[in-house]
Design a protein around this ligand. Structure first.
Ligand code: PAN
Ligand code: ZN
Length: 195
């Protein structure tokens, strides 16, 4: 006897194959899709969104995750389609983590886009997403991804299992910056409806 208590349960090491072009993961443990009909209020031009829902309601993004029992981390991929609604590129809902002390890491696997970030105190940042770019999202920064390219934007993410999601703040106020398509190019602009 050493006098120590029982060892905590720990997961076994694991390697998970991920397809950089589709975000598909072998042995994923969860998956969900968001269609344009799920994204009410995300785009400035709500009438354009509703029209596009009527024209077929495309899948905008798919999130695939891998969670191991007893691990403090989990990871996954997001595949975001190319396209626009009312002159804004397709994007994710965006969220703060429920825990203000939990960040995240995003690595772009394919495609191009912009990661939009902001704090509750009003700091903002935009980071380019291109294959091989890894973004450190610090605790306290809301994050949303925007696909500014002509192909799927696929990125992997790694996060604490207890980070949690706060969607309410952004659903209510929007984000301070948005990405508009002007002459076929992405332009970061102030959100006229913020707040
Ligand atoms: C990501 C996001 C994913 C979808 O896994 O959840 O890209 O974006 P929304 O959650 O904003 O719809 C992540 O940041 N997890 O914490
Ligand atoms: Zn997150």
């Amino acid at each position: 006897m050493t006098g120590h208590g029982p060892l905590p349960v720990r997961p076994d090491p694991a390697s998970v194959a991920t397809d950089a072009g589709t975000g598909g993961m072998v042995g994923f443990t969860g998956r969900y899709e968001k269609r344009l009909s799920d994204l009410a209020g995300v785009f400035l031009d709500e009438a354009a969104r509703i029209r596009a829902v009527g024209d077929g309601d495309p899948v905008i993004y798919t999130v695939t995750e891998h969670r191991q029992e007893e691990s403090e981390l989990f990871f996954g991929t997001t595949r975001l389609s190319p396209g626009q609604v009312g002159g804004e590129y397709f994007m994710t809902r965006g969220h703060f983590h429920a825990r203000p002390d939990r960040g995240e890491v995003y690595t772009t696997l394919s495609g191009t886009g912009i990661l939009i970030l902001e704090t509750r105190g009003g700091r903002t940042a935009e980071l380019a997403m291109r294959p091989g770019a890894t973004a450190a999202i610090p605790p306290g920064w809301a994050h949303r991804t925007v696909n500014t390219g002509a192909t799927d934007l696929v990125f992997s993410w790694v996060c604490s299992v207890d980070a949690g999601h706060d969607y309410g703040s952004i659903a209510e106020h929007g984000m301070r910056r948005l990405v508009l398509a002007r002459d076929g190019r992405p332009v970061v602009a102030n959100n006229p409806r913020f707040g």
